[in-house]
Design a protein around this ligand. Structure first.
Ligand code: HXC
Ligand code: NAP
Length: 304
């Protein structure tokens, strides 16, 4: 994926002087956001556990955008390890001062029946998404507060934070935790100039996601998107435009929000009772009768 200036909505140089860390920025959506920030002039740090992937991504993006005053720097770091996070953040601050933005994007996920999960399986996901993202946020936040710096933090969530994620329960629980972190710190650290927002993407096919959520049927899963009001999956530039907006100074009054970018899919399929759209008149009448019986039984017991 290489963006051209027409893909993004913004004027060149919008992010000159910005310094952004994108966790999991070597692949997928993180790489897309890294490219957009670089293209608009930012200095971008990407981290992940596979050093060679980070190096390749940094080289590829810098080669694609040689005119950017910014740069992309890969730092191998496992965000499950708080000491490794501290080392990474020290390195970034030593390389040019405070970050102005953080994107909590790194994640682990796989589909599984919940009853098949072991404690290690749960931890494999929660330690990356829930704990890891918090520790990165904390490590940066302490520095921003001590230095009186402003910053914008974005967390990449899922629409499951609102209606649950059957068969992806550790991910859904962890992302929901980050949703609450976003709301909480928006208020606690907002007065210090550190704002928090989140993005809840719908389907944006990436290798990492497809291999773990649609194994064996990577293409076909996205061919029929008729359940999506826009009838398609997301385009990478659309996600990048939203991320850049939230990172930029022009959105400073936006704080504590989680924004879905899913073509309206969450609303169309949403609500935990969506399967009941298949019910006919008889079924609805039967339910109505049952509820009525309950109400009558309760009413009969009332003493006031
Ligand atoms: C049940 C599983 C399992 C599975 C792993 N485990 N896969 N359990 N079903 N399919 C269990 C293992 O058996 C083991 O437990 C434990 O998890 C740890 O496994 P490891 O392979 O040792 O873990 P690790 O090397 O730490 O890898 C972490 C990982 C892996 C999360 C399991 O998938 C990973 O590295 N993912 C990073 C990239 C990624 O997931 N990207 C997708 C993001 S997409 P036991 O007890 O057996 O030892 C996304 C999209 C959301 O989030 C929204 C879409 C619309
Ligand atoms: P991806 O390419 O697999 O991205 C996950 C990234 O996280 C990888 O670069 C991975 O690199 C990194 N990572 C995992 N564990 C890490 C750890 N312990 N420390 C540091 N980095 C780690 O998948 P993606 O689809 O782009 O997902 C990116 C984000 O978007 C995730 O938060 C995901 O939940 C979210 N999302 C995606 C979609 C979608 O449709 N694609 C939809 C909704 C939400 P290493 O393996 O090298 O560490």
């Amino acid at each position: 994926m290489t963006f051209t200036p027409d893909d993004l909505m913004y004027r060149p140089g919008l992010m000159n002087g910005e310094r952004v860390l994108i966790t999991g920025g070597g692949t997928g959506l993180g790489k897309v956001m890294a490219e957009a920030c670089l293209m608009l002039g930012a200095e971008v740090y990407i981290c992940g556990r596979r050093g060679n992937i980070l190096e390749d991504t940094a080289k590829e993006l810098m080669a694609a955008h040689p005119d950017s005053p910014g740069k992309v720097v890969g730092i191998a770091c496992d965000i499950r390890v708080p000491e490794a996070i501290k080392d990474m953040v020290d390195t970034i601050w030593a390389d040019g001062g405070a970050l102005t933005g953080l994107v909590n994007n790194a994640a682990g996920n796989f589909i599984s029946r919940t009853e098949d999960l072991s404690p290690r399986g749960f931890d494999a996901i929660a330690n990356i998404v829930f704990r890891g993202s918090f520790f990165v946020t904390l490590e940066c936040g302490k520095r921003w507060i001590a230095e009186g710096k402003k910053a914008s933090v974005i967390s990449i969530l899922t629409t499951w934070v609102w209606n649950g994620g059957p068969f992806t329960v550790p991910s859904a629980m962890s992302k929901a935790g980050l949703n609450v972190m976003t709301q909480s710190l928006a208020v606690e650290w907002g007065p210090k100039g550190i704002r928090f927002n989140a993005i809840a993407p719908g389907p944006f096919p990436t290798e990492g996601m497809s291999a773990r959520l649609n194994p064996g049927q990577q293409q076909s899963a996205y061919e029929n998107m008729s359940g999506n009001p826009m009838n398609r999956v997301g385009e990478m530039a659309e996600l990048a435009n939203l991320a850049v907006y939230l990172l930029s100074k022009g959105s400073e009054y936006v704080n504590g929000q989680t924004i879905a970018i899913d073509g309206g899919q969450y609303n169309a399929s949403g609500g935990n009772f969506s399967r009941m759209t298949e019910w006919g008149d008889d079924q609805w009448q039967a339910v109505k009768d049952m509820i009525k019986t309950t109400n009558e039984k309760d009413r009969a017991q009332r003493t006031v």
